[in-house]
Design a binder for this molecule. Sequence first.
Ligand code: GLN
Length: 190
Amino acid sequence: MTVGVLALQGDVREHLEVLKRIGVAPVEVRLPQHLAAIDRLIIPGGESTTIGRLLYRYQLLEPIRARAGRDLAVWGTCAGAILLAAEVLDAKQGGQPTIGIMEMTVRRNAYGSQLESFETPLVVPVLGTPPLPGVFIRAPLIEAVGREVEVLARLPDGAIVAARQGRLLATTFHPELTDDDRMHRYFLEL
Ligand code: GLN
């Protein structure tokens, strides 16, 4: 198993560090040829408009789209979740390139200016106890999911913050910014 971290923009280093900590030697993915070696890919948080533009420019969009969910398991955190979603609400005016393969509707910057960033413990039944620390930074909201998508976690108000569709995983928060590596381990088992 070889795990790649998309290394175009965002909190790439934090994901690389968690993977190394749990004994995985990650590959940094910047060019199409880097995809050949990997069977899992993490798309970090950052700015989905920038990451999408760079995915397009470096000709990574099509090869990722062709394999994602099949022989390439993909996990998007925050901006990465936006890039996976089939439908993006409040997208950048004029549109933004996305991978667009996971059956869900995501709203960018959904928590508004007051609550742009917050931390809260999350009950994630597939990870057991204790709750997972949830770090939300200008987070998107998963507003709706398709029939193939399993909801993995919600906020107390019902907002969906983690979801899985087969070998696709989306979290609107940042497990890579905490010491808790259970979500990374979960991804490695998909
Ligand atoms: N607000 C960012 C976006 O729309 C996502 C923020 C993040 O990844 N922490 O892409």
